[in-house]
Design a protein around this ligand. Structure first.
Ligand code: SF4
Length: 449
């Protein structure tokens, strides 16, 4: 655990269970919650039976996720009845929305504390208050609250580290709730980020994921932009891989693509959410680029970065989308040839601009389009994976196989999962693997000695 954080130790003994919903940023926050609770004296457990503290770190991106989380919170009532000493904390993007926080407070009176997105540094004090009898507070973050630094972290993996480099987003894509719950863009200092990379590397970590809602606009208004930051990290001595997400096409520069191409350690996997292939829909989404600009950008990236793997996000059934728009998305998919795509049926988020737009397409129709999209993408993805059979890839091995526990697993520099036979001493090291077979989501290979 990295720890230069200090607070009055209240020395609570007990078991704590944390459930995390949503994106990598939430998982990174939960690693900090784990770090804080561990310093307080809690034992972190992975089963919610018979615990003293439960924390739900929630996500607000999709309406059905919200419904699921509400269902899960409701189910905690019987645990509280069984164990009145149990403390329940709900935090994260969902409860950063005041109306939802108030609804949680009203609907679930057995919840002890409701927090927003940037309250982690106050957690020890708030927990101390809970144990001294205070109850049912709602504490939300201000938009401009400074980033809390030096929080302790207990990482999920010894070999992989999530490093948040910025928080918030200024883009206001019309379908997205993030700017309302994570606030305006705020970047961490480059020096702090570098310090963290070096210290995690020293602890044995070899894969870093730089996180932010829009990493390309890191450092806005300062003299260290994302391009310089990633260049600095690439020049830290050692053998490791640098991943980053999420990139926004309107802020991804050719200069950054050149930096990736010329780097020693930056991943050759680029996750670049396109969302739609139709200019009309891209404009309605307020994405700030056109189909042509997107395709030009990825063609440049493919020409500069050998073995580039491109992945994306696509929304089907945005309000006002018709079959002609959807067909443009399919044609872009075929032209871009993404290695994989995270595809979603549009989910209305109250409070966003898109939620006010008329929507004429039925859910049933959207599901038909969605299945068509999946079928096109799965053929492209399978062809991409099969193209690696016979090639040798350098893999960073992180643990037991994903396809089979008897195998080991790792990822190539361009982000493909590769499983292979080997003994556990390979875990935590780089190995060269000849690919012998492709599954529809991963590659299987053998080590080249
Ligand atoms: S860039 Fe758009 S989709 Fe991404 S977090 Fe910001 S507002 Fe949401």
């Amino acid at each position: 655990m990295s720890n230069s954080y200090s607070f009055e130790v209240i020395n609570i003994k007990g078991k704590a269970y944390i459930r995390t919903y949503g994106c990598q940023q939430n998982f990174a926050d939960s690693e900090k919650i784990c770090g804080i609770l561990t310093l307080l004296g809690y034992t972190i457990v992975y089963n919610d039976d018979d615990v003293d503290l439960m924390i739900f770190n929630t996500c607000a991106i999709r309406e059905n996720a919200k419904d699921r989380i509400f269902g899960n919170i409701g189910a905690l009532k019987h645990k509280k009845l069984k164990n009145p000493k149990l403390r329940i904390v709900i935090c994260g993007c969902l409860t950063q929305q005041r109306d939802i926080a108030e609804k949680v407070k009203k609907t679930f009176p057995f919840v002890d504390l409701i927090l927003g997105t940037n309250q982690l540094n106050s957690l020890p004090e708030l927990l101390a208050g809970l144990f001294n009898g205070s109850k049912h507070g709602v504490i939300l973050s201000d938009e401009d609250e400074p980033i809390a630094e030096n929080l302790p972290v207990v990482r999920d993996s010894k070999y992989k580290a999530n490093i948040s480099i910025m928080y918030g987003c200024d883009n206001y894509c019309t379908y997205c709730i993030v700017p309302y719950v994570r606030g305006r863009e705020r970047s961490r200092s480059a020096a702090k980020i570098m310090e963290e990379v070096k210290s995690f590397y020293y602890e044995g970590c070899r894969e870093f994921l730089l996180l932010g809602q829009n990493v390309n606009s890191y450092g806005k208004g300062t003299d260290v932009n994302f391009n310089r930051l990633i260049n600095y990290i690439d020049n830290i001595p050692g053998d490791f891989i640098i991943n980053f997400m999420t990139s926004h096409p309107k802020d991804l520069t050719k200069e950054l693509i050149d930096t990736i191409a010329d780097s020693k350690k930056i991943s050759y996997r680029l996750h670049l959410p396109v969302q739609s292939g139709s200019d009309r829909i891209l404009e309605a989404m307020n994405r700030g680029y056109t189909r042509r600009e997107y395709l030009e950008l990825i063609n440049y990236a493919k020409s500069r970065i050998p073995g580039l793997s491109l992945t994306t996000d696509i929304i089907v059934g945005f309000p006002g989308e018709d079959y002609a728009d959807f067909s443009e998305t399919i044609s872009l998919m075929k032209e871009a040839r993404f290695d994989s795509a995270y595809t979603f049926i549009y989910s209305k988020r109250p409070g966003t601009k898109a939620a006010e737009l008329p929507d004429y397409v039925s859910e049933e129709q959207k599901s038909i389009w969605f299945r068509e999209l999946l079928s096109v993408q799965s053929k492209i993805g399978e062809a991409a994976l099969n193209g690696y059979v016979g090639q040798t890839l350098r893999i960073f091995c992180t643990g037991k196989g994903r396809s089979d526990e008897k195998l080991l697993t790792g990822k190539s520099r361009n982000g493909f999962i590769v499983d292979f036979p080997g003994n556990d001493e390979k875990i935590g090291s780089f190995v060269n693997i000849k690919i012998i077979r492709a599954l529809n989501w991963a590659l299987i290979g053998e080590e080249i000695k």
